[in-house]
Design a protein around this ligand. Structure first.
Ligand SMILES: [Zn+2]
Length: 416
């Protein structure tokens, strides 16, 4: 554990992150730190749901994550094993591995998060009924419910409608499962084995992100009456990019699919159809949803502290913000087990490291090791700031992929 002379720093997570350096995003620059400081004061979440890597609307993810500053995640039910591969001979599971990495690379660019279910992309399906039979509806529904209970989105957005028979069966099934999971995630009687780890969660509303293209492709005139319009174009000066430019860069990561879009820097109209939950008011997708610290009990002082941090941020010397961040960290710790406090605490730790210019790296001569095996590691820790930091201890954390996943059968085994 590393610590500043004034208080402790979570070195553990950073060491774990550096072990996965190959997939880690590059260190934040001074402008990105400033944007991430602003994001500490925003408590809103969006989950986008579709079937395959490349189904997601990267423009919207770019806008929500970097403009509105909501935590934005894409739940791709499959990993795209059944698709084509324009850049190599890999197909099936190997293509699924490639497309998983393409999605993760896209999220590193647009700053979204990425989730999957166990649904197998078995190739083209003529109907959602066929898809759900092959997938095992309950199993994949349980995975979607798990993602919702873990991430706790305020709004859930589908890419496809639930009643379309003109598209891939996986697409329509993804919308049907999203609608079912929207309700099931809030019901403690559904998938109760998950409740050892997560709480039921009711998202405020479910929407379909539609487009004129969808209707044109079906020879139906596009009528926006009754739809909610969101202007998702715009420019983020701290990143020096419009959301459309982030969109294009993110989309280009789907290399095996030969994807890429030309950049359109002007307005970007996005349309939504309200499906379930609390109706949208005033054309605002987040109407009635509190995205401030007021949604967390006893957290009233946090917003003021964060605003002071943002106002006093020195682009030339980010390390001057470390003391303020440590103060915010203390306030978050006082909130104990609160969901948002824990989520923002992790963001604060990343920000402290970024402000210090902290470099942490663990290198091993062996590519892989099994649990119980001894592994020699060479650790490098460099503090590139004038703020004193003390090395206290080191602990290694298992990567997320090795963590236990609760299923009905594993839960029963533990109880037996
Ligand atoms: Zn698709």
């Amino acid at each position: 554990m590393l610590s500043c002379s004034r208080c402790a720093l979570a070195g553990l997570l950073m060491i774990a992150a550096s072990l996965r350096a190959a997939e880690a995003p590059p260190p934040m620059d001074a402008a990105e730190i400033r944007l991430a400081l602003e994001k500490l004061d925003v408590l809103g979440r969006v989950l986008y749901v579709a079937a395959h890597p490349d189904d997601e609307n990267t423009g919207l993810i770019a806008y929500w994550a970097n403009g509105a500053l909501y935590d934005t995640a894409y739940l791709s039910l499959t990993r795209g094993d059944g698709g084509q591969n324009l850049i190599g001979p890999e197909l099936g599971e190997q293509l699924g591995v490639i497309r998983t990495q393409e999605l993760l690379a896209a999220r590193r660019i647009d700053h979204g998060k990425q989730f999957f279910t166990r649904a197998n992309d078995f190739g083209f399906s003529k109907s959602s009924a066929e898809t759900l039979r092959i997938w095992d509806r309950e199993k994949i529904l349980g995975d979607a419910v798990w993602a919702i209970r873990k991430f706790r989105p305020d709004i859930i957005v589908t890419r496809f409608p639930a009643d379309d028979d003109k598209t891939h069966g996986h697409h329509t099934a993804s919308a049907q499962l999203a609608a079912e999971a929207f309700k099931a995630a809030a019901d403690p009687k559904r998938f109760p084995e998950q409740l050892e780890f997560v709480r039921p969660w009711q998202a405020t509303r479910l929407l379909w992100n539609t487009s004129p293209f969808f209707f044109r492709a079906r020879n139906i005139p596009f009528d926006p009456t009754g739809l909610i319009l969101l202007e998702a174009g715009g420019y983020q000066p701290l990143l020096g990019k419009s959301y459309a430019e982030i969109d294009a860069a993110s989309r280009t990561m789907h290399k095996s699919q030969g994807f890429g879009v030309s950049i359109e820097r002007g307005e970007q109209k996005e349309y939504f159809k309200f499906l379930e939950g609390k109706p949208v008011e005033g054309g605002d997708l987040f109407s009635g949803i509190d995205t401030t610290w007021a949604r967390v009990p006893q957290a009233a002082d946090l917003s003021a502290k964060i605003r002071v941090l943002v106002a006093g941020y020195d682009m030339k010397q980010p390390s001057k913000s470390v003391a303020g961040l440590l103060d915010v960290r203390k306030s978050l710790q006082k909130l104990g087990d609160d969901f948002w406090a824990k989520e923002k605490l992790a963001e604060v730790d990343v920000l402290i490291a970024a402000c210090l210019g902290l470099h942490l790296e663990a290198v091993s001569e062996k590519l892989a090791a099994q649990p119980g095996e001894t592994l020699a590691l060479q650790i490098e820790a460099i503090n590139r700031s004038p703020v004193p930091v003390k090395w206290k201890s080191l602990r290694l954390k298992s990567p997320p992929s090795t963590r236990r996943y609760p299923t009905a059968s594993s839960s029963q085994k533990r109880r037996a």
